[in-house]
Design a protein around this ligand. Structure first.
Ligand code: NAP
Length: 298
């Protein structure tokens, strides 16, 4: 048996095409499209490349995109004032502050300063609280967990009544996706177990999973014999395991022994090309959602 590959690269294309159409309709109805500001502090190379990709994607969809680069030594006070400026800007519907920030700036203070109405990363405590309440309260889901759920649903995997095991309990992946899959509603209604480094017999839990979501950051952690035959496996891990001598680029690997897992799983995400491309896609989706909300509220 060889697992069906759930391609994030392909799903990204489909979702971006859908969003592009929405932006056209929005511009026809309101004379303007979604506005996104990306705030980058300093020159961290990884952050610069993430921001560049976000800007490129936003522009390709026809967004009004503002790139606001700030020096490494900007004071927390000035950064908070900048955020407040964009909170009030009617042409901006999404505010993205690229993390991590320099040490002298309190990240929580920055996240809390973003208006929950424009928090398209879904990191503000108000939006995380709404995510936990669920139902109509949900505003912006955090992007990586939203991408994971979207992949599960679009792959045709049944979630209702499914045993979901999530490896990892971080605030950005493990905890939110555990809550989301356990909610009442479509694409959820699962029975969720969240496991971590203190879990006894990790393998036994993984083996029960109809849907196994792995976000540990440990290459090859999940062995093929831990996978229930036919299960859907979502590998969130992105680990640098070497460098390609010809291209000089990093060789990436997930948290699952991919080659062997393909022989057991029913469906599986690759690394790279799996969850990775979905995160920015979900950021775009949140920004479009925010724009509709801002433009259509009375
Ligand atoms: P994190 O904050 O380091 O959390 C890792 C979690 O995994 C922790 O809860 C930890 O348990 C658990 N864990 C680690 N080793 C384990 C083991 N041997 N057995 C059981 N549990 C273990 O990581 P994160 O931010 O969630 O990221 C996880 C991975 O996903 C990373 O590789 C990251 O690069 C990747 N990622 C990808 C995307 C994307 O593709 N867009 C986005 C975010 C993250 P404890 O709590 O007990 O320490």
């Amino acid at each position: 048996m060889s697992a069906e590959i759930i391609s994030g690269t392909q799903m990204r294309k489909e979702i971006l095409a859908e969003l592009e159409q929405e932006v056209v309709r929005m511009k026809e109805a309101h004379g303007k499209g979604p506005g996104l500001v990306t705030i980058l502090v300093g020159e961290n190379p990884a952050s610069m490349s993430y921001v560049t990709l976000k800007i490129k994607t936003a522009l390709s969809l026809g967004f009004h995109e503002v790139q606001d680069n700030q020096p490494d030594d900007i004071s927390e006070e000035d950064l908070l004032a900048l955020i407040e400026k964009y909170n009030k800007d009617p042409d901006i519907h999404g505010i993205l502050v690229q993390l991590p920030l320099p040490r002298h700036i309190n990240e929580d203070a920055v996240i809390n300063a973003i208006s929950p109405d424009k928090d398209v990363d879904g990191f503000h405590p108000v939006n995380l609280g709404k995510m936990v309440i669920g139902g109509d309260e949900v505003r912006y889901l955090p992007c990586t967990p939203a991408g994971i759920q979207e992949m599960i649903v679009r792959s045709g995997t049944e979630t209702s009544g499914a045993e979901v095991v999530v490896v990892g309990r971080s605030n950005i992946v493990g905890k939110p996706i555990s809550v989301m899959m356990g909610q009442k509603g479509p694409g959820a209604n699962s029975t969720v177990t969240m496991v971590h480094t203190r879990t006894q017999d990790l393998a036994a839990h993984c083996k029960r999973a109809d849907i196994l979501i792995v976000a540990a950051g440990v290459p090859g952690l999940v062995k093929p014999e831990w996978i229930k035959p036919g299960a859907t496996v979502i590998d969130v891990g992105v680990n640098r395991v070497g460098t390609n001598e010809e291209t000089g680029k990093a060789i990436l690997s997930g948290d699952v022994d991919y080659e062997e897992a393909c022989k057991v799983a029913g469906k599986i995400t690759p690394v790279p090309g799996g969850v990775g491309p979905m995160t920015i896609t979900m950021l775009m989706k949140n920004t479009v959602k925010s724009a509709w909300w801002h433009l259509e509220r009375k």
